[in-house]
Design a protein around this ligand. Structure first.
Ligand code: FES
Length: 210
């Protein structure tokens, strides 16, 4: 957690409201983690907590917005980023918006994918592993980019409408719902809800989707 007194005050108020304890960074599991994005190791800290406590709410706070850094923080696993002065609002909004197990990860700017078809973006380092974003039948679809058979990169495969064929051994999956159409893969493919907010494209996921 940040050591900024403005941040600490807001975290303490949020913790009181939710009946949580405020603890030092190394102390056990966490329900919520606040990371100061000005820290040189902020991205490692975010990844560390995302891996250590997948269900935790992780918020990055800043005093000087740097769009590239905020996007990097979201890709690393932050649920939200916000100005340190508005931290309590961000925490309340997130905590009150649904189950804490639900997460979202930035995939792309909408302007970068608009008008393109097929596979439009690959993101190798989301908290659930590599993900590919496709534009199919007029809608955006996010799917795991690792074949469940032997790990090939699925977005290198041929697309036929909503069906992708694995370039290694020919497994086929319907990207609109992840259904396995043909082996040798034994399992369906993980797919993720896509959200568009503020001109940006996010995937929404829970730990159980992995
Ligand atoms: S790795 Fe995809 S079918 Fe074998």
């Amino acid at each position: 957690m940040s050591s900024d007194p403005i941040v600490l005050r807001q975290v303490a108020a949020f913790a009181r409201e939710r009946d949580l304890c405020v603890a030092p960074p190394d102390d056990g599991p966490a329900a919520a983690v606040v990371v100061d994005l000005a820290g040189a190791d902020a991205m490692q800290v975010i990844r560390h907590w995302r891996a250590r406590c997948p269900e935790a709410l992780i918020v990055g706070c800043h005093s000087l917005p740097d769009r590239a850094r905020l996007e990097e923080a979201e890709r690393a696993g932050c649920d939200a980023v916000g100005n340190r002065g508005a931290l309590s609002l961000v925490l309340r909004r997130l905590a009150g918006s649904g189950p804490l197990g639900r997460r979202r990860t930035l995939l792309a700017d909408l302007a970068d994918v608009a008008g393109r078809l097929g596979m439009v973006v690959r993101v190798a380092d989301t908290p659930v592993g590599p993900v590919a974003l496709y534009q199919l039948d007029g809608r955006l679809v996010a799917a795991c980019d690792v074949c469940p058979h032997a790990g090939a990169r699925l977005s290198d495969g041929a697309l036929d409408a909503t069906v992708v064929t694995c370039p290694s051994h020919g497994s086929r999956f319907d990207l609109s719902n992840g259904e396995r159409i043909r082996g040798p893969a034994d399992h369906d493919l993980a797919t993720y809800d896509v959200l568009i907010e503020g001109g940006r494209v996010y995937m929404s996921w829970t730990r159980t989707l992995r």
